[in-house]
Design a protein around this ligand. Structure first.
Ligand SMILES: NC(=O)c1ccc[n+]([C@@H]2O[C@H](COP(=O)([O-])OP(=O)(O)OC[C@H]3O[C@@H](n4cnc5c(N)ncnc54)[C@H](O)[C@@H]3O)[C@@H](O)[C@H]2O)c1
Length: 342
């Protein structure tokens, strides 16, 4: 697990030591890091994942080292039996299972809705059946769409530009409704462009950091959709995990609050491409531009005051450090797989 400052870790350890928790989507990119964090804090973790967008490789390693504290349920959050088995006995459910990616949701809106919206309701219902009082939901900055002002503050009305964003706003509303109707403690975290080691590259739906990184590593120019002047608040995965752990651990009764989880700083996609090319020591690989993608927002920047006030959250890794760690992991991975192929 990434090392967090002691003053942040101590209260988390008190919340999670010996606690049974459930992570939906725990085989995925952010979920895998969250599981690392929970195990390091002494929790007993059950993961449910249908492996539709991930593999078991990271969890399999963890299960080998922690067979008594990590359990894997291979199934969908849409199946009552599987979700009941996963949530049973959990004191907190971290609900991360979803179909990510705006372009994927435009290609397949029905499946996106089924997993992200209906699936969230099913997770809440499973939590209610199991008597679990706390549910933390992975929402998304895409809920804001285009806003007139930056940074984006939770008091702004959502303006969804894609089926993905709409499904996440629906999930937030469910979190709030279940908190009020069934006395559950719920929170929705709007993650802003999370990146870091183990984020998958190589598919049409991959996120921008692994996309650029794999292109540059292969000696190709990264492809930017649009002019590259669009901006994003890139959040290193350890920061997103910190806020998630804090939201699941605090005593303040949360009732469906929505909170931004970002860094409060932004960078253009063109500048990101330059930083990644530099980190790979290939500054010559300047980006090429293609048509903008539908559903993409122009600017994204988080106001993180609410998460700071309610959770004590603060970003703990800068973009530069996060990119260094990500690129170094990526190169190691690629070199290992090259050696394995030889
Ligand atoms: N990565 C980001 O920048 C970002 C930003 C905002 C919000 N989020 C949200 O955070 C969460 C985690 O994102 P991620 O980047 O780790 O994505 P990911 O795709 O790596 O993880 C999602 C996991 O959910 C699993 N899953 C999908 N459908 C399922 C189903 N029906 N039943 C059980 N498991 C299922 C997938 O197999 C995958 O392992 C998602 O809810 C995503 O929408 C991510």
């Amino acid at each position: 697990m990434m090392r967090y400052p002691a003053e942040l870790v101590d209260p988390l350890r008190r919340s999670y030591e010996g606690q049974p928790v459930c992570v939906t989507g725990g085989a995925g990119f952010i979920g895998g890091h969250l599981v690392d964090g929970l195990l390091a804090l002494g929790a007993h973790v059950t993961v449910i994942d249908d492996l539709s967008n991930s593999t078991l490789s990271h969890l399999a390693e963890l299960i080998e080292t922690e067979p008594d504290r990590l359990r894997f349920v291979h199934g969908s959050i849409l199946e009552d039996e599987a979700i009941d088995e996963a949530v049973h006995g959990a004191s907190v459910v971290f609900h991360l299972a979803a179909l990510g990616s705006v372009p994927r949701s435009i290609d397949d809106p029905q499946r996106t809705w089924a997993v992200n919206a209906t699936g969230t309701m099913r997770v809440l219902e499973a939590a209610r059946r199991a008597g679990t009082k706390r549910v933390v939901f992975a929402s998304s900055s895409s809920a804001y769409g285009e806003t007139e002002r930056l940074p984006k503050v939770e008091s702004m009305a959502p303006m969804t530009l894609s089926p993905y964003a709409a499904s996440k706003v629906a999930g937030e509303q469910l979190m709030r409704a279940w908190a009020h109707s069934y006395s559950m403690r719920t929170a929705s975290l709007r993650y802003f462009n999370v990146f870091g080691p183990r984020q998958p590259a190589g598919s049409a739906y991959a996120a921008v950091v692994p996309n650029f990184s794999s292109a540059v590593f292969a000696g190709n120019r990264p492809v930017i959709h649009g002019d590259g002047e669009q901006t994003r608040d890139f959040t290193y995965v350890a920061c997103a995990v910190l806020a998630t752990l804090q939201a699941g651990g605090i005593d303040t009764p949360l009732r469906g609050e929505v909170m931004n989880v970002g860094t409060g700083e932004r960078v253009s996609v063109r500048e990101l491409a330059r930083l990644i090319a530099e980190a790979h020591e290939r500054p010559d690989l300047v980006p090429e531009h293609q048509a903008p993608r539908p559903g993409d927002v122009r600017h994204s920047l988080a106001d993180i005051s609410r998460a700071r006030e309610l959770l004590g959250y603060r970003p703990i890794v800068s973009l530069a450090d996060g990119l260094r760690q990500t690129v170094s992991w990526f190169r190691q991975q690629q070199e290992q797989s090259k050696r394995a192929d030889q």
